[in-house]
Ligand binder design. Sequence first.
Ligand SMILES: [Fe+2]
Length: 334
Amino acid sequence: MAYKYPHLIPQNTAPKGAKRIGVYRDGKRVCSVPLGRLGQPTETKRYSFGLVSDTHVCPNNPGGDVVSARLDHAFGWFEEQGAVLIANCGDMTNIGFENPKGTYNPAEFAEYQRICNLHPNIPVYGACGNHDSYNAHITEYEDELITYTGRGIRFTVEHGGDVFIFFGQPKSSVLYVDGSTLPIPELEWLQNQLNANPDKRCFVFIHPYLTDDSGNPLGVHPTPIEPAPYVHNVIVNALKDHGRAVLFHGHAHFMPSMQAYDKTCNYTDRNGFPSVHVPSLGWASYIDENNEMQKDPAEGFGILVDVYDDCIVLNGMDFVRDVPAPLGVYKINT
Ligand SMILES: [Fe+2]
């Protein structure tokens, strides 16, 4: 009897090291079939980097120690795999630099720094998210951000001829200035970085997902911070016009297996550029039987990105069970 597995996207590949695809019925292995087009690239990779999002470091919250331990574990694994750097798509912390009552409290960023310092051989770079500005705009604390993470709100680094553009959001509620139809300095900064590197591959890291992009399966994420239409269009056009830009973003927290509900959960190119949703390492989300989002502090994921000359492979990892993330391994041409 023929059976077609319906939840793959054309970009999905087998995890590293897989030789064949096992076929199971009622939990019992009945045969195996060749990998075929699901095989990983056979050429030599140029380098790898670690990719995480929504780490929500929160040492003073219940369960904060579990989050910290998972972060340390994931960073150590990336180091063992030879990753050259780790990129964080934001919500590095849960409430940023201020308590709800408005007093300065660097405890979360200090804990983030402590974990990063446990891995001195692998630099960690982050693009701020809405939670890093939870009680105060991160713009009020950029000096402290630099002290605790080594970088500010917007910056670039280069590796292997590729440009890594970190485009942090300055406020909690919206990506950039609300609804403006005028040029915005932050957006011009992004355009300038892309324009300055027309022939290089550009990896762009922001926190929220864009409208009708990857990362919000079935549209069930309850707190979108999608940019205003003008801002959305500027970002989309800048990425599309560049031609070799790849967007990495977080915010929705969904675990990769939610691709079974919506094929844009992890990846889409429907806005004219590759767009990767990075699942949460701190607490991942899933869709329940009522088609509503639920979060699970016991689940956390990340991605080892293998970079080749003309493609990248996203090796999604379940950092609770230390296995490849179901539906979370895929290759995109760059
Ligand atoms: Fe988050």
